[in-house]
Design a binder for this molecule. Structure first.
Ligand SMILES: [Zn+2]
Length: 366
């Protein structure tokens, strides 16, 4: 979370879809509803708020996933015994109250699925995930402001585009884009579910849970589907929207290990920074980038020196090297990828011990 993160303008549409998921679950878990009741005649307000949403939801349930319609999953849930319906409803209530986890005294966060049958959980999971995989991809029944519409509603593509536009550090189209988590280049964009949708499928379209990031951050080696809480406690974790790092992460060059360590600007954030670093392997990735950039700068200086020799100019003095490094440092652009790492590279290069070794390493001693 090196860069600011904000909700995009179509977030109300995603939030409305999240509420529609809850309406669907409430209907399927109604003790008086069985699979025979799951039909278009019964799917009308007040089951869901408007007829527009009812029509979209009925069409959505007809979609086929892995050879079965989503309607089949809905029927499985509607036929579960009352005890299972109550357990699922309670679980949905807890998870839908995500924002309360970032209040001073949060309620218990469920760390496991509800104790319902595997078949019921699978049906619930596939149904909820389909709101993202099929519903959002094709378009939701909501305009940007969350009001119901019969066509042209907010889609996955619109969400990603809005996020990229509003988080672009350089407003010129075609300029480098930067990953909000690691500060690296945003080349292949992937939408991460901050809280894994495989474990919390109710959050599949929740705008507080969707984060376009670089493919490297989202890879299974880094964030993947790992937990972003400690056994149900979010106290030692940042959250992109609810508990952003807000400049609380610093990069520090460790001369002994020749590596970059992430540090908390405030001791109160130490655990959060450590958890984020572990989650994304930030120190390791930043160190790799640091080393590559350092070698690149060293190579550039060496080639500059060779050029001066060809031009019959005198060799670089240490003062000239310092001036060169300071100039490069001064013109670093904060809108380019790896800005923070590059700042550390130049700061490390200006360390006096480094400067003393610099000329020897470059073979400049005559
Ligand atoms: Zn990244």
């Amino acid at each position: 979370m090196l860069k600011p993160i904000n909700h995009v303008s179509c977030s109300p549409a995603l939030r409305a879809c999240r509420r529609l998921q809850e309406h669907l679950v409430a209907w399927l878990c109604d003790v008086n509803v069985g699979s025979a009741d799951i039909n278009q005649v019964n799917l009308v307000p007040p089951c869901v708020p408007t007829q527009t949403e009812a029509d979209w939801l009925w069409a959505f349930l007809q979609k086929i996933d892995a050879g079965k319609s989503l309607l089949v999953r809905a029927q499985i849930l509607a036929d579960r015994p009352i005890t299972e319906k109550e357990l699922l409803r309670d679980w949905v209530d807890s998870v839908s109250n995500l924002s309360s986890q970032f209040q001073p005294t949060p309620p218990t966060w469920p760390v496991t699925p509800p104790t319902i049958s595997a078949m019921a959980w699978q049906a619930f999971k596939e149904l909820m995930e389909a709101f993202y995989e099929k519903g959002l991809r094709a378009g939701l029944p909501y305009a940007t402001d969350g009001s119901p519409v019969t066509g042209g509603g907010v889609s996955y593509a619109q969400f990603v585009q809005e996020f990229r536009e509003s988080h672009r550090l350089n407003p010129n189209l075609g300029a480098y884009e930067v990953c909000v988590l690691c500060g690296g280049p945003l080349e292949a964009v992937e939408v991460d579910h901050w809280i894994a949708k495989s474990v919390y499928p109710l959050l599949s379209v929740c705008p507080d849970n969707l984060l376009p990031i670089c493919a490297q951050c989202n890879s299974t080696d880094n964030k993947g589907s790992k937990a972003v809480h400690s056994n149900g406690s979010f106290a030692d974790w940042f959250h992109p929207y609810w508990f952003h790092a807000n400049g609380g992460i610093q990069l520090n060059y460790d001369l002994q290990t020749r590596s970059i360590k992430s540090l908390a600007a405030s001791p109160a954030d130490a655990a959060k920074v450590a958890n984020l670093d572990n989650l994304l392997n930030l120190s390791k990735r930043w160190t790799r980038k640091f080393k590559a950039e350092y070698i690149s700068q060293q190579d550039e200086l060496r080639r500059r020196e060779q050029l001066r020799k060809r031009q019959n100019l005198s060799e670089y003095t240490q003062a000239e090297i310092v001036l060169h490094i300071q100039t490069e440092q001064a013109v670093l652009s904060p809108t380019k990828p790896h800005y923070e790492v590059n700042c550390v590279v130049f700061a490390a290069m200006l360390d006096q011990a480094r400067l003393d070794a610099w000329q020897t390493e470059l073979g400049l001693v005559s």
